[in-house]
Write a protein that binds this ligand. Structure first.
Ligand code: MN
Length: 240
């Protein structure tokens, strides 16, 4: 077999992928459903699989929102981070270490923003689940009662942080020392850069809700708290 330039394999792979996608659509007897393309990873950091199907959080978060949010935004942060760390010692570090190492460094703002957004989004997908919401139980429920008075006060405080974050950002339940607190961060900022242990998060960037709720961020936050929060994930983070 003769040697082929690298581009040949790249193009051939792209051609085969397109061909396979086309065949799959034909086999299903119709055009493929709308689904933004998910680029293959090329670099040390990869997009972790979504822990459920795109439509699994519907009607509270639509498959279309997930398609763009996970397939385009989250993937975009992964791609950009790979570009930024290529050929630097950060390329060999775990993601969390890259976030912490670049935090607060004026010459590494872009690396921090993209690394933190990769981390935050993975944490967000896991903070949600189909048929979630309701109330936590066991040790986590006790800690929430001890820290906030009762569950409803926690919920009100979390909703206030999520709706009150001016512009893009995140609302979090975190373990800070030995107590649980609600906090919010702007843009890509993340509690792991501040020595806090996140238990769960809700993304309040407009791209998280605009297709489904337009400007009604409070409705999105309420729907997530009531129907999608993954309390088992939060409990696991508390126990870690
Ligand atoms: Mn987002």
């Amino acid at each position: 077999m003769s040697a082929q330039p690298f581009e040949y394999f790249l193009n051939r792979r792209r051609f085969l992928t397109t061909l396979l996608a086309g065949s799959a659509a034909l086999a299903l007897g119709g055009p493929a459903p709308f689904r933004p393309a998910r680029a293959a990873a090329s670099g040390p950091f990869t997009l972790p699989p979504l822990p459920y199907a795109d439509a699994a959080l519907s009607p509270y978060i639509s498959a279309q929102t997930i398609g763009f949010h996970y397939g385009k935004h989250h993937q975009g942060y992964v791609n950009k981070l790979n570009e930024l760390v290529a050929g630097t010692p950060l390329a060999d570090q775990p993601l969390e270490a890259v976030v912490k190492a670049s935090a607060g460094k004026a010459d590494q703002t872009a690396i921090f923003n993209n690394a933190a957004q990769v981390w935050n989004h993975t944490f967000y997908w896991n903070s949600l689940r189909p048929k979630g919401g309701g109330k936590p139980s066991g040790a986590l429920a006790e800690r929430i009662e001890k820290s906030f008075g009762d569950f409803d006060r926690f919920k009100a405080e979390f909703a206030k942080a999520a709706t009150g974050q001016f512009g893009s950002g995140w609302a979090w339940l975190v373990k800070d020392g030995d107590k649980l607190i609600v906090t919010k961060t702007g843009n890509a900022d993340t509690p792991i850069a501040h020595g806090q242990q996140p238990l769960l998060t809700v993304d309040v960037w407009e791209h998280a809700y605009y297709l489904d709720y337009q400007n009604r961020r409070a409705d999105y936050v309420a729907a997530v708290l009531d129907n999608l929060i993954n309390w088992e994930f939060a409990a696991k983070n508390l126990a870690a």
